[in-house]
Design a protein around this ligand. Structure first.
Ligand code: G3P
Ligand code: CA
Length: 225
């Protein structure tokens, strides 16, 4: 059962920062999950919200600020917002990277960056897993490069997610954990897909979900898995 650190190790360090990703690596995760938005000048930024207001000392929407402007702001007074490329270099194939596309506009650039790491640096496509609630973005990923592993995110409808995942030949379904039962987990797996539920933090919930034999767990507290 794979251990996937949500926004790094969000339970211990500020989300989507280098220290959070390093903490997750120190906890020997199999994968890290992170969120991506596009800056005004087309840089892939690792940040959850569409604005920087909640997590940094700045204000404004990510897609209205340039990389240079974004670099001036700090998370918890000390950490900068990483770019996706910087996180790839930090992880350096130590685990896989689950990139959650938070905006459709970022899709092509994420595909290009993955292709660059595969063709120029020798990384395997299995180093990556692209997920999104925006299924149009996932369809676009599949259209641009059918070798990139895809995870279909859902918090509402597992059957629909399963049908769509089969249609685009996704690798996995990422459901909110409240949607899962032992039976529907098995049904998804029988169709050849893996199941990576999120975001499971309480020990009691982790124990229960483990009995469903999911393929991996996305958590803020990787050491609890
Ligand atoms: O990828 C799983 C999970 O991160 C989706 O929800 O809001 O934490 O990005 P959110
Ligand atoms: Ca996410």
């Amino acid at each position: 059962m794979l251990k996937i650190g949500h926004r790094g190790a969000k339970g211990y360090e500020p989300e989507n920062t280098f220290v959070s990703f390093q903490k997750a690596l120190d906890m020997q995760v199999d994968g890290i999950e992170l969120d991506v938005h596009l800056s005004a000048d087309g840089e892939l930024m690792v940040i959850h919200d569409e604005s920087i207001d909640r997590t940094t000392n700045g204000k404004g929407f990510v897609n209205t600020l340039s990389l240079r402007e974004l670099n001036a702001f700090r998370i918890n007074r000390e950490h900068k917002i990483p770019t996706l490329k910087e996180v790839f270099d930090l992880v350096n194939q130590d685990c896989f990277i689950n990139i959650e596309l938070k905006s459709y506009e970022a899709t092509e650039k994420v595909v290009s960056l993955i292709e660059k790491y595969v063709t120029k640096k020798g990384w395997k496509y299995d180093c990556f897993l692209v997920s999104s609630f925006d299924w149009n973005a996932l369809q676009q990923v599949a259209f641009l490069n059918d070798k990139i592993p895809i995870g279909v995110l859902t918090e509402t409808d597992l059957d629909l997610a399963l049908a769509f995942a089969k249609f685009i030949q996704a690798k996995s379904i990422h459901p909110h954990f409240h949607l899962l039962t032992k039976e529907n987990t098995a049904k998804i797996q029988e169709k050849g897909l893996q199941v990576f539920p999120w975001t499971i933090n309480e020990l009691e919930d982790i124990q229960k979900i483990k009995t469903f034999n999911v393929n991996g767990i996305i958590t803020d507290f990787p050491n609890r898995i």
